[in-house]
Design a protein around this ligand. Structure first.
Ligand SMILES: [Zn+2]
Ligand SMILES: [Zn+2]
Length: 258
């Protein structure tokens, strides 16, 4: 079972698919994608992502406030816990720290991340973590406020092997997107070759970051196939082995996703 562990179905560009989300979903099914996690990023899109999960049996969702959306409004731990009671909400996030695009909001990002980690521990759900140029702070906050048992995932991973290793030591999974297929991503490929398959997830992060050979075009969940194929080649294992192990990992992490 091929799973896109991270996509933004409410933000897809549909012009190549007759402006139809149903057509995007049919394309994903044709590519072998049997499940996808539609990720929340703000208070504004919470209802839209949960509606995706209600409308499509193969979709589950998360609720959270992205580190680059903290200025649009923050969620309290009580709100996150309450929203996550929905049967198809399987995780909190995406949350985390992004100092690459925004240094000004550092402390607000940190506060919001802590709130998500605390709410996740209370709701007994995993956390979807976005991290960019904030290695030590991300690891320190997970260590201080995270829950080892429910853990989480560092999604669309682009950081160092040391960071991946430290996160895996805290029971986290590492998710690779189409970036790993990019020509200049030599260091990331080195990290991906070291991360054991049984700690790995694959994702599109669509509509962003389409994998080769679609790089620069609008990304859709069906293209997670190209990411999984690339990982198989990189690790010298079969495509079937990659989709079997990554979907097992997905279900080990997102236990509510049946
Ligand atoms: Zn992200
Ligand atoms: Zn995302």
């Amino acid at each position: 079972m091929l799973i896109d562990s991270h996509c933004h179905l409410d933000r897809l560009k549909l012009d190549k698919f007759d402006d139809s989300l149903d057509a995007v979903m049919a394309h994903a099914t044709e590519q072998g994608v049997e499940k996808m996690l539609c990720v929340g990023i703000s208070l504004d899109n919470r209802e839209a992502v949960v509606a995706m999960a209600e409308n499509y049996p193969q979709v589950v969702s998360s609720v959270g406030v992205h580190p680059l959306d903290v200025e649009k409004g923050l969620a309290t731990a009580e709100q996150l816990v309450a929203w996550s009671a929905h049967p198809k909400v399987v995780a909190l996030g995406e949350t985390g720290l992004d100092y690459y695009y925004s240094n000004d909001s550092k402390s607000v990002q940190q506060d919001s991340f802590v709130v998500h980690l605390q709410a996740a521990a209370e709701a007994q759900l995993p956390v979807i973590v976005h991290t960019r140029d904030a290695r030590q702070d991300t690891l320190d906050l997970i260590k201080a406020h995270g829950c080892m048992e429910n853990a989480g995932v560092l999604h669309c991973f682009t950081e160092s092997w040391e960071m991946a290793k430290a996160a895996m030591d805290m029971n986290y999974y590492i998710s690779f997107s189409g970036i790993v297929t990019f020509k200049n991503a030599t260091e990331l490929r080195d990290v991906a070759s070291k991360v054991p398959l049984d700690r790995m997830l694959v994702e599109t992060d669509s509509p962003y970051l389409a994998p080769v050979p679609y790089r620069g075009k609008a990304n859709v969940p069906g293209y997670v196939k190209q990411v999984a194929e690339f990982i198989a080649e990189l690790k010298g294992v079969s495509y079937q082995e990659v989709i079997r192990t990554t979907s097992e990992n997905f279900h080990n992490l997102f236990k509510k996703a049946v």
